[in-house]
Design a protein around this ligand. Structure first.
Ligand SMILES: C[S@@+](CC[C@H](N)C(=O)[O-])C[C@H]1O[C@@H](n2cnc3c(N)ncnc32)[C@H](O)[C@@H]1O
Length: 265
């Protein structure tokens, strides 16, 4: 396999995203959601853990996390951040190759829940195989929370449209785009499923219980710097974001949406 494209982003990921003010605030919202479902002693599977910020957040509370990612470099950073934490296990896992994962995850292990934050599922073009695979690994009644980039991000269309960059402004509208981080030999395709598509692909085994927007008034990460330089504007946008976050209809216009499913009995 080619070196995963995200390997090339790993070293700077925390600097350019995790440690930004907006990135921290949005992640805090996801942490609040995770904390409504997962408690000390739970066993949770994380898909596309990146540099392990969510892994660490849960493990610090005594929640067992099996943190997986396709990128060895991302996993290296996760291991480094969580090295003394006995609640963390890491494993290389490609969400597109779930049938060959027997050696990666113990077959018999059943998790209390699973989650994937900030876009790993956008590497897939069909979410039904993932839902099927998760159905045999998450206990009945267990929660699966997914943070996914949607196909209609109003901020992206307006911002790049205003700058006459129509290619970027409309890149999500056809449902997929090509992504090639600097220095990466292999471009990867990113797919943008609608909320309805994800619900349909999960429907045989999972019931949707919650949807909210992540980045409706706040912009996508390439514009964080512009907003963070204007603290008063940022505070206003955060207030709007809080006010409308839980409107599921508006979630379809956000940079990401967060959707939670409950495993059917
Ligand atoms: C935008 S980052 C999000 C990382 C982390 N979840 C967070 O909240 O910061 C997307 C992650 O998905 C991982 N990823 C991309 N394609 C993947 C795949 N096919 N299988 C597993 N992980 C993948 C990348 O390596 C990267 O770590």
């Amino acid at each position: 396999m080619n070196q995963p494209a995200f390997d090339h982003l790993a070293a700077n990921y925390d600097h350019t995203f995790t440690h930004t003010e907006i990135g921290r605030w949005l992640r805090g919202r996801i942490h609040a959601r995770l904390n409504t479902h997962f408690f000390p002693g739970c066993n949770v599977l994380e898909l596309g853990c990146g540099t392990g910020e969510d892994t660490l957040h849960l493990a610090n509370q005594g929640i067992h996390v099996t943190a997986t990612d396709i990128s060895p470099r991302m996993l290296e950073i996760t291991r480094h951040k969580t090295q003394n934490n006995p609640f963390v296990q890491t494993a290389e896992l490609d969400l597109r190759e779930l049938t060959s994962t027997q050696s990666v995850l113990p077959d018999a292990k059943i998790f209390d829940g699973a989650f994937s934050n900030f876009g790993p599922l956008n590497a897939l073009d069909d979410w039904k195989p993932l839902a099927h695979w998760l159905a045999s690994r998450v206990k009945p009644g267990g929660i699966v929370g997914l943070g996914v980039m949607g196909p209609f991000c109003v901020w992206e269309i307006m911002w790049h449209g205003m700058h006459l960059d129509f290619k970027t402004a409309t890149r999500r509208l056809k449902g997929y785009a090509t992504f090639k981080p600097d220095g990466s030999a292999a471009p990867m395709k990113i797919y943008y499923p609608t909320i309805q598509r994800l619900e349909a692909d999960f429907s045989e085994w999972f019931m949707p219980i919650h949807v909210e927007s992540i980045g409706l008034f706040l912009p996508p990460s390439d514009v964080y710097g512009v907003i963070e330089k204007r603290p008063r504007l940022m505070t206003r946008l955060i207030n709007l974001e809080k006010r409308f976050a839980e409107n599921p209809t508006l979630a379809r216009f956000a940079d990401h949406y967060w959707i939670e499913f409950e495993r059917k009995s």
